[in-house]
Design a protein around this ligand. Sequence first.
Ligand code: UD1
Length: 360
Amino acid sequence: MRIVYVVGTRPNFVKTAPVIAALRARLPEGRHAVVHTGQHYDRLMSEVFLEELGVPAPDHMLEVGSGSHAQQTARVMERLEPVLAEERPDLVLVPGDVNSTMAAAIAAAKLQVPVGHIEAGLRSFDRTMPEELNRIVTDQLSSHLFIHSPEASDNLLSEGIAEEKVHFVGNTMIDTLVALEDRFRGLGAAARLGLEPGEFLLVTLHRPALVDGPLLPETIGRLAALAREMPVVFPVHPRTRKMMEEIESEHPGLLLSEPLGYLDFLSLLADSGAVLTDSGGIQEETTYLGIPCFTLRDNTERPITIEAGTNTLLGLDPAAISTIPSTLESSAKHRDPPPLWDGHASERIADVLAGEGQSG
Ligand code: UD1
């Protein structure tokens, strides 16, 4: 069996690394080629992650870089097509919901190469989010839809996708977290910053709806106000950094940093008292770790994190940031990960695909 894995952004690496490892172990005679689209290219957003996750150097680098949505999508399609012609894969595996994901799914499907989608079926039902369009298109073009929460199956069936294509395998991002737990627990990233475990707020923000417009200055102002009550640690995504520079934002009292490596980030996350984010993956990681998470969005494609009791949807409303301390006081901490978020999702993906490889 010949498999091509297409990754492009920081969360893609986290979701795909354990799947590559599981399939290499299960199909040692197969060809396992990794394509890095280059959607994320800063060392801190890319190489550091691949190194920490133990992903071998990619076999193909497409170096698409930044651009408009159409430019980025088109560049991936254009540069991936000859790679697929050379690799002649039996399957292309794509994770998540970024532009690289959708572009790879289109390029492969047009060449009649079957597509497997890791993290299929998530829906925010908000088509103003670029990721929602990427999810819908990728799922429609996929022949193997690997899901990590039960409502994903309902979402897919209601869009006319055949049930036999859908496999409930669990969460591969949590596989990575479980595999790294011993390493990040020992790092003490909070102590290195002089922070007491459980006493600080960790912040990540990068979505266009929040950082590309007028909500950013108000958000920073509210965070600065909160920092008078508890330390606020904010590793800044490049997109957000660029916007903060444009508005010449002042941020008194906030502990800003460059994007962190994954181990340092998980160490801080596990030690934090709470998290404020607009990320998808962090809603899941906090659910697994039992850390209260406040999501600064109007909706989430991950309702299971709300059902689990760790995630609170604040709305796309910076004013809601000031409610965090009182909500925290009244909320109980608990840790009850959703079904199949157990560190073995990638093995289940390998079971599905290796079973087919043998019968076909
Ligand atoms: C992308 C994904 C988003 C995902 C996020 C994770 C899409 C539509 N968006 O958002 O779903 O949650 O990745 O991080 O695919 N930049 C750098 N260095 C980099 C990468 C980006 O400086 O390594 C800057 C550039 O100014 C670029 C901007 O960040 O224009 C945005 O990057 P882009 O890849 O368009 O989207 P993200 O905001 O990273």
